[in-house]
Design a protein around this ligand. Structure first.
Ligand code: NAP
Length: 278
């Protein structure tokens, strides 16, 4: 009999709301499945991965999005391009990896009518930041990549230039940023609960942006977003991305399709679960 259990693997998972989102999605699609949180310790990760093949599928979050890849039977093209997998489908042929963070990211931008175009500032050089960088470069954006230490931005820029040799990519440091950008993308946890007063970029940079997307979903509106919105920018936070990446996972796992209104309703429900306002 086919296993009906899905899990999220990561560490820590204490603040995760993913199980609530997936529970609602399974209810909506009328499919009876369990979705549980499974925190894995780094020391026992290699052993624990063996048990995952018997599941129906699983999601992957920090710090395993890259580490899971060698254990997978296949990795789809986009996930392979970003070097990050967040969704795995298990079947008789093995474990198959995908990246649905990108679906959530692009949906979140389009819902807020934010164009991925022009002069873009990307904060961070981790998994989500690199996915956002690739999507921006695919659309011909020029990119300033800023991290806390210049060397990490520089390494990320060099890695990207191998895939996009003619791209306009400038490494920088978050604290010393100046100027204005058509779009700011935050792929760092700076401003996330409990450090809700933090902002990854100087206030003047936040206030002069045309639009801002922040991958953080707790708080619902970060200080970065609040500053940009008050100055008239289009803004979008990470909750919409989180919900829509889960929707894309259900399409892969079960072939489910959902109405936009139903998903927006889930976004509203999940927003109520997040209480850490700035
Ligand atoms: P990651 O791979 O660990 O990358 C984090 C990046 O942020 C690194 O470049 C890191 O640089 C930098 N950073 C860490 N702490 C910082 C701080 N206090 N100030 C400035 N930079 C800092 O993590 P990730 O998976 O890309 O996730 C990044 C963020 O996106 C997290 O907040 C996560 O919750 C969020 N996220 C949201 C969704 C969604 O669906 N909404 C999905 C995935 C992730 P250093 O090397 O200097 O530490």
């Amino acid at each position: 009999m086919q296993n009906k259990e899905y899990v999220l693997i990561g560490n820590p998972l204490i603040h995760s709301i993913s199980h609530e989102i997936h529970k609602r999605l399974f209810e909506l699609s009328g499919i009876s499945r369990n979705y549980n949180l499974r925190q894995l310790d780094p020391e026992t990760f290699n052993e624990a991965v063996k048990d995952l093949a018997s599941l129906a599928g699983f999601n992957v979050t920090i710090p395993y999005k890259q580490k899971i890849i060698p254990f997978l039977t296949t990795v789809d093209e986009r996930a392979s391009h970003y070097g990050a997998v967040n969704t795995v489908k298990c079947d008789g042929t093995g474990m198959h990896g995908y990246n649905t963070d990108v679906d959530g990211f692009l949906k979140a931008l389009s819902q807020a009518e934010i164009q991925l175009t022009g002069n873009v500032l990307l904060c961070g050089a981790g998994g989500v930041a690199r996915m956002m960088a690739s999507e921006a470069l695919d659309r011909g954006c020029s990119l300033v990549i800023a991290t806390r230490t210049f060397s990490k931005a520089s390494k990320c820029a060099n890695d990207l230039l191998k895939h996009y040799p003619t791209a306009n990519i400038t490494p920088s440091t978050l604290n010393y940023l100046s100027g204005s950008f058509d779009l700011i993308l935050n792929g760092t946890p700076c401003g996330m609960h409990p450090n809700v007063q933090d902002c990854p970029v100087p206030a003047a940079v936040a206030r002069s942006a045309g639009a801002v997307f922040d991958a953080i979903y707790n708080p619902y509106e970060t200080r970065l977003l609040a500053r940009a919105r008050a100055a008239g920018a289009k803004v979008q936070g990470g909750l919409t991305m989180l919900v829509w990446q889960a929707v894309a996972a259900h399409e892969i796992w079960e072939g489910s399709h959902f109405e936009k209104n139903d998903i927006e309703h889930i976004c509203d429900e999940m927003r109520k679960l997040i209480k850490n306002d700035i």
